[in-house]
Design a protein around this ligand. Sequence first.
Ligand code: HPA
Length: 282
Amino acid sequence: MSGQTAPEDVRGAADALRKALGACHPRIAITLGSGLGGLTGRFEERDEVPYSELPGWPLPTVEGHAGQAIFGQLGGVEVLGLSGRVHLYEGHQPARAAFYVRVLGALGVPALFLSNAAGAIHRTFQPGDLMLLADHINLMFRSPLVGPVQPGETRFPDMSSPYDSALRSAVKEAARELQVPLREGVYAGLLGPTYETPAEIRMLQTLGADAVGMSTVPEVITARALGIRCVAVSCLTNLAAGVSPQPLDHAEVLETSQRVADEFERLVERSVTRFVTEGSLA
Ligand code: HPA
């Protein structure tokens, strides 16, 4: 059992989304993590389609994840926002978590800006910080690419530069321009759904992780297999277990992401404008 997605399901969802998009041709898709969906309020000429109207599209069940594709202009750029994603801990195969990325591939969307909520491991990182992903560690020990090679993908994708250097530079420039503090570090993707133990966080620290979360990795793996360029920002919603003596809960995660939502939104908006004006999406 490969758990792989059928190419005809991807085509079916892509056809439905293309129809919904009408004259909009997104130059970048933006995946909105827990509590970060407010970005779509900044879209102009905004329209939306619920995931439930896109055949085969997995429906999120977690609080803070809306479950719709919202499109329009952000900072003068045609974008597609994906508010809500599914996670492996909900019982989905990695290929289901990455289903939407294959739809983006079928639509020819060249770049993907991912966001997520994550716990801060690096000693100097604080709740409310934004962290640009320099790299990731796949500790889900599963891959969305297991099984037959899917259309447009390669068997052994290169992962030496999962996060695009030109797009990352543009995000850093945007942060400087806006005076939004931006950390940079390595994201460890774990299966969840428990938060980590203090011993696990010490292990992750030793492995070189600066932040920890339960998403993003399957999507980036799939995007790279398709040649879609990726950039990602974590909203560090809490100190990881054991870094702080306090127990963790999802309410804190949502509360912090809402607190920094405005900074996050301004950063993404300015970044996508820069991607286009600097020609890094060409
Ligand atoms: N661990 C894992 N995932 C998370 C965390 C965390 O501390 N915070 C938000 N998502």
